[in-house]
Write a protein that binds this ligand. Structure first.
Ligand code: J2J
Length: 543
């Protein structure tokens, strides 16, 4: 951390005691979730990954083994560990084992590459890195070795799958069989940092979001209550497992807390997901909007038995009202719109909300402790129904980013509200409609792209003199990225740029969908690049 600044800012004492008194915050530790259910219903199915199945008792045994093994590898309370895994059971085992040690998983996405992971390693001082062997035609082991060489703090690399006999890599399989003595050491405190989530970011590099045992357990519990989860719940994890939505809204944590069953989808394809719903009698699952028309088409074509499915959650980007209206009639389940953010605030439509509300709003806050303000450009509250920026604070919303005091000052008000950068209209009922954005971010079908971050990479290209990344409306993804470039010589193509970014170790989804060259950038009166003018150009751009 720079200077003597604390790593992150917690809640003011007055708010903390209010949240405790109201019962939002308890002393529940995330690491105890499976232990409790293993005592209550040892034989019930907790986790399904392909042909592999774990009862709560079996899951408990394996988490205990992995906890001992990680302790044996030297991991201790407070240590940060980058976890970059696809939807595999080992994520669940590693995650709960880290929680029991009081170590802090850093949630990387499978698509992240050297640029993102190196940044995470540097900022967090991570001591270990958990990777798959290969995933989506990428060898994560070689990236891990590179990171380990560049970052001395990363002492251990743990590989799920084939460690290839590489002496520096620890096979995860060996951790599952550990039968050493139970680890001693201090248990974590409920107020401790429990995990670090990645923000979509708007400031050049991904910011890290500190979440504590207390606030994250409350997030999962409150969402689970609204979704009425119980032991009969079967949750299908379709979106990436490390995503806040999949983890705790109510997701994996909410389901396991309720004693239900978590089923992992190995890929997001509609055929895979719909087959799993039929086979495992799934009751709840969650997708982003671009998947919706594909699910509808697949269901129509293959007619799978979806009678078990009660609720389909859709979130992470704006769901068009017309798609929303088709879900109930065509899939035979209820739609629940989800407007969440890794920073905290979670909005859900309720199971008993009127159809019109469910199809046209993105829900309302899950907690009576959530405070919401909708303000104009000068920070003054706007009346209900008018568009304004959404500001929020509450029992599970962060008070500042991790080791980033400058970003924290930019994104929080004096009185501790987080500026979401989202433009919303609030109905008198408290429901929110997301109508736009004031942050410099592109939401590519739920995947957030920080324009500044990509622009900095583009400017490193020798032919590029000036660069701006903007969103263009897109029928499939909602938005796609267009890079406007001013070049000295012949402009690079979209393929050239994609190859250039890959070379720099940038995740592939950040490569611009289209590249257009301009003679000069349109500027605002104060001399900044006029992104509004550029966005207008995308509307009549040839594909
Ligand atoms: C419009 N924009 C939305 C929605 C998120 C649950 C669900 C999603 C996320 C998530 C999450 C939206 N309509 N329904 O963490 O727990 C945009 C907003 C928001 C940003 C947050 C969860 N749902 N968004 O998407 O941290 O712009 O979290 O501020 O990735 O996604 O992105 P992220």
């Amino acid at each position: 951390a720079p200077g003597d600044a604390p790593d992150w800012q917690g809640w003011p004492p007055e708010a903390a005691s209010r949240y405790r008194d109201a019962g939002y915050w308890t002393d529940e530790l995330l690491g105890d979730i499976v232990r409790r259910q293993a005592a209550a219903r040892p034989e019930a199915t907790a986790l399904v990954d392909g042909e592999r199945r774990w009862s709560y008792a079996a899951l408990e045994r394996e988490i205990a083994a992995v906890t001992r093994a990680l302790h044996g590898l030297g991991l201790r309370r407070g240590d940060r560990v980058i976890v970059q895994l696809p939807n595999v059971a080992e994520f669940v085992l590693a995650w709960f084992a880290l929680q029991r040690l009081g170590a802090v998983p850093v949630h990387a996405m499978p698509a992240h590459r050297r640029s993102e992971i190196d940044h995470l390693a540097r900022v967090t001082g991570a001591v270990a890195y958990v990777v798959p062997d290969r995933h989506a035609r990428f060898d994560h082991r070689s990236l891990a070795v590179e990171i380990r060489e560049a970052r001395n703090a990363v002492r251990r690399v743990i590989v799920v799958g084939d460690a290839g006999g590489h002496p520096d890599l620890v096979p995860f399989e060996a951790l599952r069989q550990d039968d050493g003595p139970p680890p001693g050491g201090e248990p974590p405190d409920p107020g401790d940092l429990a995990l670090l989530l990645l923000s979509g970011g708007t400031t050049g590099t991904p910011k890290l979001i500190p979440r504590t045992h207390r606030d994250y357990a409350y997030n999962a519990r409150a969402a689970a209550e609204i979704c009425r989860l119980g032991p009969e719940t079967v949750y299908l994890a379709v979106l990436p497992i490390a995503f806040n939505f999949t983890m705790s809204c109510p997701g994996i944590l909410g389901t396991l807390r309720a004693g239900g069953t978590v089923v992992l989808a190995p890929n997001p394809s509609p055929a895979t997901a719909l087959r799993l719903i039929e086979r495992e009698r799934v009751t709840l699952t969650a997708v982003n909007p671009p998947l919706v028309p594909h699910w509808l088409a697949e269901a129509e074509e293959t007619r799978p038995d979806l009678t078990s499915l009660r609720v389909l959650q859709v979130g992470a980007a704006r769901l068009p009202d017309e798609w929303a209206r088709r879900i109930g009639p065509e899939l035979g389940c209820r739609l629940q719109q989800v407007f969440g953010m890794a920073e905290g605030l979670l909005n859900l439509t309720r199971l008993d909300d009127a159809e019109e509300i469910v199809c046209t709003t993105q829900g309302r806050p899950i907690s009576p402790g959530d405070e919401v303000r909708v303000t104009d450009e000068d920070g003054r509250p706007v009346p209900d129904g008018a568009a304004g920026e959404l500001l929020t604070r509450g029992p599970y919303t962060l008070n500042g980013y991790y080791r980033a005091p400058r970003h924290t000052r930019a994104h929080f008000t004096e009185d501790g509200y987080y500026r979401t950068g989202d433009l919303v209209r609030r109905l008198p009922s408290g429901h929110l409609r997301v109508v736009g954005r004031v942050k410099d971010q592109i939401n590519r079908g739920g995947e957030k792209i920080d324009a500044t971050e990509v622009e900095e990479h583009l400017l490193a290209h020798p032919a590029v003199a000036s660069a701006a990344l903007v969103a263009a409306p897109d029928g499939e993804l909602g938005e796609r990225t267009v890079a406007f470039l001013v070049c000295a010589g012949p402009p690079p193509s979209a393929r050239d740029i994609a190859a250039f970014l890959r070379e720099r170790g940038v995740a592939a989804y950040k490569a611009p969908d289209r590249v257009r060259s301009l003679r000069e950038m349109p500027l605002t009166p104060v001399g900044k690049i006029d992104k509004r003018a550029l966005r207008a150009l995308t509307h009549h751009a040839a594909p």
